[in-house]
Structure formats: structure tokens, C-alpha cells
Write a new protein. Structure first.
Lengths: 442, 442
């Protein structure tokens, strides 16, 4: 196990960048963050490149590597940083990630030794973020979605199974299921309202037609680093070695399709038409100041089996928000409406427990795999991470600033998700945005 | 839609190969079959190559392409056949698959025009199958498993939900779920008994320990050819254009783990430790003589929604068998015991309906994706495709030739699956074998 409790000068709240926008106290991407992503110059066919977000800019790591600017970084990570996805870099593990972070921090620091080398290369190495088209950060081999919010599981369970909302296994293992990797898209990709098979109550048979109950789910996802061998479960002591960092996930859900199809084998077509992720992967290194003990199990909760017992703190206090903006609101210049604000700290299971349980029968994870938390909902109404819960299955519609009501998503609606960490005495660490506009069925 | 009802001289039952072993009436791989796979010379680090099985041999298609032996095949398929997996070739679609099949048939035919060119290259282009190490035929991006046998669904349902064995959606849509792509392994790979979390009846809490109820599931899987765009469902008329061919699938299942974890989101760790597939992909072209109208819906069955209504015959009459051999049986030279013999014709849904429903909400399939049928069980006891059904959850153990009994799999047991098509007036088309030995938990 590499010790996660590792803070160095890259975390120092007083550290400033020579890039002004990175010193804005409101920025998601100060020099203490340095999230990784993949981009190309917008409007070109350029080969995708790995970059780091800094203030309003993107630092081109491929260029940094070829210009010899990552001095202390070994040749292997430098080579991995010249790939078109993060997969090779993810495979290298924490020592390489930390060395790269330190080198990038030095390049961007106001007091850094190589600041002038970057400045000399100008826009060819440091783009404006607005000039970058952001792409999926990794080739996602397998995608898994968990169900780690006990509040979400209880709310949804009480709608679908009033007598039996929380199933007996829930407090013993992080329930999860395999999702669809091919339909994961990057923030900004429009999502077309799907057709699908549904069975309306009181009807004699199902119909195939446009989804009527389209929903989002506000989640976080984490990218897997080094693989484990098939047949070799990962233990809690080394779980964090396999976790590179986190991004925002919108697990679009067709509720009417889901309700009809999901038994007995789980969600399938109701989820596999699109899953949107935010482009910047925020590393566990950047999140170190926000790490904590994680969820406290209640006195009435059953004891945890040993293989899931925490051996280091693996909770992260990340605030997550969902906003909605109708087409009319955008046309009339209204601000998006915040629908919820929750926190990853409200989850019943940590990301380490999810990863460990995933491998508990020997499943092999690979660099670039994405594991998502499931909808992040807390106890309070304002913390509920999907419309199904917020409108209680449509029974209590929301009113938008344009005067219209919403039980579920309308065509033209844009869902915007944000996530960030902030507290006194530490730099704000943000995740950027995860956006998607609903196109009409066709 | 390319017309599937296409028979040409490559199907002619009287066609003979100049390779003697291909003319054995018992062979799985006569010249009418020509299944595709990926191999390397056993015991070497050779770059994987695409090959075709013929009798007891493997024809090296990379070598055929570079030697200019695939005369009438366009440059693009020739290039795709030099790759290390079938994915690029799968992406090309039926016209390229057919042209390649015709060219290979000509090379191997006793009366073929280029027979001497192949013979001149000897073992450098035509290996003994025993000298080839077989590899996964494709890079499987996503793996999906269906539940298409109504007999299996009813049997299993009646064990887990006695009051409610067959759920209301079953006859309206092919129920399926996303599986784990990373843990798919090739026939012959040993499978270690997994550890996992289980809850025994009458116990106060769950335990984490070796699986006690390890099972196999006898299935067929099919490989996807050309992709569909995300958001664009595939219709029944063009479904076959997206299907390259079939292989045998063993969906290893940890029943005790499955029972505890599967609600509400479906099987997860109980299935993701290993799935074994047979190495040779038998094309729809080779199976053409065995194509039929597919399952007949009963008079009491509800009408099918239009998007799932057959527009061409997409049933395949493939016999599937499962055999078991204990370590003692192997040590004492006993033959494996046949546990079941069923047929794909007994399924409630066709592979075309599975593919169409999978894309019904717009899910994008990609070349190399694997879709499996779920356990193939018929009505009769002898056709049941897993031990859970054969021993009725362990209540009626089987007796093996070595005198021992089996409710579920023991360490050292080898599961062997075979599949083949045969009838008067057509060549036998076989799938080879799908094998795996159970190693003890450790």
C-alpha cells in the first residue's frame, strides 16, 4: 500500500500559479487541483492529447513530455502521457502519478523553476480551455454502477416495493451492477430521448414508444488504475492503490422503461442509451485535504465482514449539485435552477469498499474501468439526486423559473451537474461540469 | 439488409477438401464450416494471428493475405485479416465476410484453383490444430447476457420465487443484463472457485468464504459485426447484418453468492469472476442450412410488439451438450458424463430479437461485442443446461461414473460443452469445445 496520507507542497493553500485565472478563489482548477483529461484543439482533427486543467487553461502534457519539461518524471510515464487516452498512464500507479503531479505543479507554480520554459512555448503548450474540445479521458473497458446511497435506495425501494424498501443485503455489501461502457459520452453531448418498451398501469399490454419518464441521476465515478489479476481479490489495505481519481457521472435513466424491464436481472435498456461524464479526472492526491473517515455506521447496523472493514480513511467530502435549465430559460437568459445539493459523505459505502467488493469473487479490473457510486442522495429533500425522488415519482412536480412544471425531463431541458470540495484552510478543488441537453425522440 | 438466404458452392454437402481430416464425417470443421479464430504457435510469443479451422488443422489467414492467396478479396479485408483480433474484420460486414469465406473455401477445396499454392507453403501456413494455442477471437468491448430460455426462466424462477416464477415482462421482451467483459476467458483456462459473500439460511449474518454452490450455464453467444450509431435502434430487417457468428459460452455462476446479492439490481459478483468461450466463431454463412423460422409462440402467448416481429427466419437448430468429468474419472480413464443435450431451437427469443431489443433504446453495439443467450434449457429433464436445474437446487444429486455424487461442481471437475448442427443432406457443422477445470479456492 502506498500511503495515501501524503501531503506535499503541491497541496499548500498559499501556492499560487503564474496563470492568473488559476488564482481566482472561485475557480475549480487552482494549482492545487491539476486534474487530468484528454482534448484536441477544437475544430481540428488533431490526435487527442492528455492535458491538465489549470484556471481557464489546459496544459498539453504530450508537449511537456516531448519538450523535456517533466524533468524528474521517468521515461515510462512520459511515454504514457503521449498516448491518446489516460489508460497507459493509469496503469502505472501512484508513484508515477505523484511524480507527474509534482512536475506539473512546478511548471505552473509562480515560483517554479521551469516557468519560463512553458511561457516561451506560449499557446502551443498552454491553450485556453475554450479552445479545447474535451474528449473521454480513457478507453473505458468495463463500467460498473453501484447503489451506495442508503437514502436513494430507501426512497426508490419504497416506491417500487412499499412493503420492502431496503433489501436484506443492503447493509452487508455495496450492491452494484454492470453497466454499458460503449454508450458513455463526454459532457456536452446531447442525449436523445429514447424509445423503449413500457407497460402503463391499467393497460392490456406494453407499447414501444418515446420514453415519458426521462430522468438523470447525480453520481460520482472513479477511474481504476493498475489492474488486479483475475482470481485475485483486492483487499481494503491496497484498494486506494487502484483508484486514480474521480469525475461527475450522469446516469440518464428512463424510469418507465426501467420499471417494466428491471426484474429479475436489473436495469438494462433503461440505462444503456447514454451515460455522461465530466471531462476532468480529479486525482486522490488533489482530494487529500478532503479525505475523512467516511460514513459512520449506525448503532443498529450489522457488523461489517472483515474484507470490507476500513483500514484507512477513504471517505471524501465532495459537494455535488444538479441544475436544470429549460430551453425557454436559456432563451430568456435565466440562470439554471439548482435542484439539489448533496455530498458524497452521505453515502453508506466508500469507493474503497465498492472496489474491494467488486473484486471479492476475483473479478479483474483494468486501467480505465469506471466505477460509479449510484445516485447521491442525502436525508433532506434538497439533497435528492434525481427527479424520481425530488418529485416523488412525479406526484409533486417542481416549478421552474419560466413558470413550467417538471415531473420528469422535457425535451430541450439541460441537466448540469457540478461538484467541488471547499473548507477553511484548504484550496477549493472543483470537478468542472457534466452537462447534457435532452433532444426530442425521433 | 443483405439477404441471409444465400447458399453458394461453399455449402455444397459433396464439397471435399484436400485435407483428409476435414472429410471425416465426424469432424466439427469440414470445408462447409470454416469458423474464424485467433491463435499463435503454441509455446511461442508469436504475435496472434487470425485463422480458420479446417479438419485437424488451422489455416493462417494473415499468411494467406500476405502471400496474396485471397485473390478476389478486397485489400481492406486482407488488411483486417492481418490484425491480432477479429474486430476490424467484424466491422467490415457481410459482403467482406462472404468474399473471404469463398476465397478460403477455394484454397482448401480438393478441386480448388489455388490448392497447390497453399500446399507449397506447408506448415508455415497450415498448422496442426494441436500445435496452435487458441486465444480470444476478439477484443470484447461489452458483454451482454440474456435469459432467453423460457424453461430455464420458469425453473429458476420457481426456485427463487415459487409464487411468481415467470415475471410479467418475460413474454414481451428478451430479458437481459450487462455482464463483465474483462473476465471472459478462452476454453481451457482453469477457473478458480471464487470466494464471495453468502448468507446461509438460518444464519444470523452473512460470511465471506469459498463458494459452495458453483455451477456452469450452457449458453451460446454471438459476436457483433458492424456497429450501430448511438441513438439509432437496429430493426428486425437488418439485425442479421450485425451478427457475424456464434460460439459456445459457459457462464460460470456462484449460486450461493447470486442468491444473496441479486436483488434488486441483478447478478454481479456471482458471475463476474469468469466466463469461458469456445475459440472458433461459426459464421451465419456456415449455419445457413440450419436456419429456420425460430420459436413458435404459443396460442396463449401475448402478441409481439412490432419492433420485435420477425421479418426473416432467424432461428438456428444447434444442438448443445454439457459433459462433466471429475479428476478421478480422468485419472481412471473414464469418459466424461453427458449431463444434458438441448437445442437453441428451444429458446423463446431469437438472436435477432435479442440484438434488436438491446438497441431498442439506442444502445450502440460495437464490432466484437458478445451477446449470449442465457442458459439453454428445454422442457425435458435431459435438456437442462445447468446443475441448478438438473439437480433441482441440489435436492436431487447426480451420480457420476466414479461413484461420487454432485449437487454442484467439485474442485477438479472439468465442464466440457459441445455444440453442433447435423441433418440429412447437409454437412455437419460443429463448434468445437468449451472447457474449463475448477481449481480449489485459495
Amino acid at each position: 500500500m502506498t500511503n495515501l496520507a501524503h501531503t506535499d507542497s503541491t497541496h499548500e493553500p498559499s501556492l499560487r500559479s503564474w496563470i492568473d485565472s488559476a488564482n481566482d478563489p472561485e475557480t475549480d482548477f487552482p494549482i492545487q487541483n491539476l486534474p487530468f483529461g484528454v482534448f484536441r484543439v477544437a475544430g481540428t482533427d488533431q490526435r487527442p492529447r492528455i492535458g491538465v486543467a489549470i484556471g481557464e487553461c489546459v496544459l498539453d502534457l504530450h508537449r511537456c513530455a516531448t519538450e523535456g519539461l517533466l524533468g524528474s518524471v521517468e521515461p515510462e510515464p512520459c511515454c504514457a502521457l503521449s498516448a491518446t487516452t489516460l489508460n497507459d498512464f493509469l496503469a502505472l500507479g501512484r508513484p508515477a502519478w505523484r511524480a507527474t503531479r509534482a512536475a506539473v505543479s512546478d511548471l505552473l507554480s509562480a515560483s517554479g523553476s521551469r516557468r519560463s520554459d512553458v511561457q516561451a512555448l506560449g499557446e502551443s503548450i498552454l491553450l485556453k480551455r475554450a479552445d479545447a474540445e474535451l474528449l473521454l479521458p480513457a478507453r473505458i473497458g468495463d463500467y460498473t454502477d453501484f447503489y451506495a446511497s442508503i437514502h436513494h435506495a430507501t426512497n426508490v425501494g419504497s416506491m417500487f416495493r412499499p412493503q420492502n424498501p431496503l433489501l436484506p443485503n443492503y447493509k452487508h455489501l455495496p450492491v452494484g451492477y454492470h453497466g454499458r461502457a460503449s454508450s458513455i459520452v463526454i459532457s456536452g453531448t446531447p442525449v436523445r430521448r429514447p424509445y423503449g418498451q413500457t407497460m402503463a398501469e391499467g393497460q392490456p399490454g406494453p407499447v414501444y414508444g418515446p420514453c415519458r419518464l426521462l430522468d438523470y441521476e447525480l453520481e460520482m465515478g472513479f477511474f481504476v488504475g493498475p489492474a488486479n489479476q483475475r482470481g485475485r481479490p483486492v483487499g481494503m489495505a491496497t484498494a486506494s492503490d487502484h483508484i486514480f481519481g474521480l469525475a461527475i457521472v450522469n446516469d440518464w435513466s428512463a424510469r418507465d422503461i426501467q420499471k417494466w424491464e428491471y426484474q429479475p436481472l436489473g436495469p438494462f435498456c433503461a440505462k444503456n442509451f447514454a451515460t455522461t461524464i465530466s471531462p476532468w479526472v480529479v486525482t486522490l492526491e488533489a482530494l487529500e485535504p478532503y479525505r475523512n473517515a467516511g460514513p459512520r455506521r449506525g448503532d443498529d447496523d450489522p457488523p461489517l465482514l472483515e474484507y470490507l472493514q476500513p483500514v484507512q480513511e477513504m471517505g471524501y467530502d465532495i459537494t455535488v449539485e444538479a441544475y436544470l435549465s429549460s430551453k425557454r430559460m436559456r432563451d430568456e437568459g435565466m440562470q439554471p435552477l439548482r435542484l439539489s445539493r448533496g455530498t458524497l459523505a452521505d453515502m453508506y459505502w466508500t469507493i474503497a469498499q465498492m472496489l474491494v467488493h467488486h473484486t471479492s469473487t476475483g473479478c479483474n479490473l483494468a486501467p480505465g474501468d469506471l466505477l460509479a457510486t449510484g445516485t447521491i442522495s442525502g436525508k433532506a429533500q434538497t439533497t435528492r439526486g434525481c427527479l424520481l425522488e425530488l418529485t416523488w415519482r412525479g406526484e409533486k412536480p417542481l416549478t421552474l423559473p419560466d413558470g413550467t412544471k417538471r415531473s420528469f425531463l422535457d425535451d430541450g431541458d439541460e441537466v448540469i451537474m457540478r461538484a467541488w470540495c471547499h473548507r477553511e484552510g484548504a484550496a477549493r478543488i472543483g470537478f468542472g461540469e457534466c452537462r447534457g441537453i435532452v433532444l426530442p425522440a425521433e
